[in-house]
Design a protein around this ligand. Structure first.
Ligand code: IPM
Ligand code: MN
Length: 352
């Protein structure tokens, strides 16, 4: 029996998690797959209920599950808290040691019609951003915020860089053997070390073609030439920014799933987007990113590739049938719950 810890979080989090869990319930029955879900407040809702975004009680429970499914955290309500909801998310990532954040974007024909980029440029885009998730500016010390000055530190050790770079090379081997490493080695010391290590490790992977790009050039190339990329590996902050940029190539931030891996689990699955407090409780959020994060969980944590494929195929069909939420379509769009119901209907057709 697989044990899932589910953290709906804040804003649209509970709505999109409900969609994903409805889908999980359906495929669980369809394929006779047994699991158990335990829910915990997390982020802002945990501040409200328990006084901390990542409560101690959850910390002890979470190490014993098979996977964690997270909605989203944060919102203006908690902007002035001593420990903000986002801090809880960073602590969770650190606690689980999920150093490799994988955000795949494949723009198939149906999604390309929703892209803001011209079809001839976007077509064929199939890339994965591998973002280092437990180091860099997000965790660097010292840090301080004073009235007249502020300080953040970007730190990386050789060991941290090697771990994520090896992960990316291994992933490239399972795909098209192409790796683009993104840094700012013309300015930053951490990027100089990063590039040196990528070059060293590339000797162990002669079959993988490697190139290096500065992050500013990369942000341009993602728009002008997205289909030249396969696996992109980069540090935490660059990966955060570039993955938001990449996500809209597919028409909306609401379609980008993500999985965060540690060396031996449990892994963390969460959509790449935030809690979107402005559209919370309106039943209009796009649940695709969360549903696809769930399918990554089913594939990577449970090894049930055929179930993941079934979900992904049906999501593709939904998009190509124009059955999408309002972020992807101006009229005749579906609500969150309608999308979920229709998707489940599709999953129910016997032909698969
Ligand atoms: C993400 C989010 C988070 C991040 C925020 C909510 C702290 O933007 O998962 O990309 O910056 O990592
Ligand atoms: Mn982000």
């Amino acid at each position: 029996m697989k044990k899932i810890i589910c953290l709906p979080g804040d804003g649209i989090g509970p709505e999109i998690i409900k969609s994903a869990v409805d889908v999980l319930e359906f495929v669980g029955k369809k394929y006779d797959f047994d699991y158990e879900i335990e829910y915990f407040p997390f982020g802002g809702s945990a501040i409200d209920e328990m006084g901390h975004p990542f409560p101690e009680e959850l910390k002890t429970k979470i190490s014993n599950c098979d996977a964690v499914l997270l909605g989203a955290v944060g919102g203006p309500k908690w902007d002035n808290e001593k420990v903000r909801p986002e801090q809880g998310l960073l602590q969770l990532r650190k606690h689980l040691e999920v150093f490799a954040n994988v955000r795949p974007l494949s723009v198939n024909k149906s999604l390309s019609t929703h892209s803001p980029i011209k079809e001839e440029i976007i077509s064929g885009t199939d890339l994965v951003i591998v973002r280092e998730l437990t180091g860099g500016a997000y965790f660097g010390e010292p840090r301080r915020l004073l009235e007249e000055s502020a300080l953040d530190s970007i730190t990386y050790t050789k060991n941290e860089i090697e771990k994520i770079v090896r992960y990316a090379f291994e992933l490239a081997k399972t795909r098209n053997n192409k790796l683009t490493s993104v840094d700012k080695a013309n300015v930053l010391a951490t990027s100089k070390l990063w590039r040196k290590i990528v070059i060293e490790i590339s000797n162990e992977y002669p079959e993988v073609e490697v190139d290096h790009m500065y992050v500013d050039a990369m942000s341009m190339a993602l728009i002008t030439n997205p289909n030249r990329f396969d696996v992109i590996v980069t540090e935490n902050l660059f990966g955060d920014i570039l993955s938001d940029e990449a996500s809209v190539l597919g028409g909306s931030l609401g379609v980008l799933a993500s999985a965060s891996f540690s060396l031996d689990g449990p892994n963390l699955y969460e959509p790449a987007h935030g809690s979107a407090p402005d559209i919370a409780n309106k039943n209009i959020a796009n649940p695709i990113a969360t549903i696809l994060s769930l399918s990554m969980m089913i594939r990577h944590s449970f090894g049930l590739d055929y179930i993941a494929k079934d979900i992904e195929n049906c999501v593709d069909e939904m998009i190509s049938d124009g059955l999408v939420t309002c972020d992807l379509k101006k009229e005749n769009y579906l609500t969150t719950t309608e999308f979920t119901e229709k998707l489940i209907e599709k999953l129910g057709y016997e032909k698969r």
